[in-house]
Design a protein around this ligand. Structure first.
Ligand SMILES: CC(C)(COP(=O)(O)OP(=O)(O)OC[C@H]1O[C@@H](n2cnc3c(N)ncnc32)[C@H](O)[C@@H]1OP(=O)(O)O)[C@@H](O)C(=O)NCCC(=O)NCCS
Length: 186
């Protein structure tokens, strides 16, 4: 225990349950992460194999919840995606990461889930001043999620790292919302 405030381990929205990952989720994760369309803009191994899913859930189970909460998104009882928030308490900011199984895309699920996580973050962390997220500039779906949440495009990084290949760089965008903006929009 480091005395830092904690976000809830379980968050419920109208259609979703966000909860901690368990080792038993590796199979559900593999079922959607082995899809190259899903990982197109993500820094994950390809081909994505069972050991990668096992390693990922083990890492998420062990993450320090005070600085890196990471939720499984449960839809119809199956782990169908994930959301994490890297919290930099010293600089009062959090950075989101998110991904959802392809079969569930386009239903507004990620917007709904991320909204609940940002709500929870500002509520649980009184000092938190901003929440940001980054995406590959060609990742329209991710950019739409940030726009739908009312986040502001703060800038473009011309040579952001792309995927797992450190030699490969591409334009990336940064979006953010400040606490005052979030509270006004709610
Ligand atoms: C990004 C992602 C999480 C969005 O999840 P989702 O639940 O489908 O998101 P939502 O339904 O809440 O919103 C998606 C928006 O993008 C739009 N969209 C979806 N696919 C799109 C595409 N291929 N091109 C352009 N827009 C697209 C949807 O129409 C919707 O916008 P709208 O409401 O204006 O119509 C999902 O596509 C995903 O997991 N992608 C792979 C992983 C990833 O890229 N994660 C983000 C890394 S930064």
């Amino acid at each position: 225990m480091n005395g830092l405030p904690l976000l809830p381990e379980r968050i419920e929205t109208a259609r979703l349950v966000l909860r901690r990952w368990t080792l038993a989720d590796a199979e559900d994760l593999l079922a959607y992460a082995a899809d190259p369309e899903w990982s197109r803009f993500l820094p994950v191994p390809e081909p994505y194999e069972r050991r990668h899913a096992d390693e990922a859930v083990a890492r998420w189970v062990l993450e320090d919840w005070s600085t890196r909460p990471v939720w499984a998104m449960e839809i119809a009882g199956r782990a169908s995606g994930g959301i994490n928030l890297r919290i930099d308490h010293q600089h009062r900011k959090g950075e989101l990461g998110y991904a959802l199984a392809r079969r569930h895309w386009g239903n507004g699920y990620m917007t709904e889930a991320v909204r609940a996580v940002i709500d929870a973050a500002f509520a649980a962390l009184p000092a938190l001043a901003r929440v940001q997220a980054g995406a590959n500039a060609r990742n329209r779906a991710s950019i739409r999620v940030m726009e739908r949440l009312g986040m502001t495009h703060e800038g473009t990084i011309p040579h952001a790292p792309r995927g797992t290949d450190l030699e490969s760089r591409e334009a990336g965008v940064i979006y953010a919302v400040l606490r005052e903006e979030w509270e006004q929009s709610r």
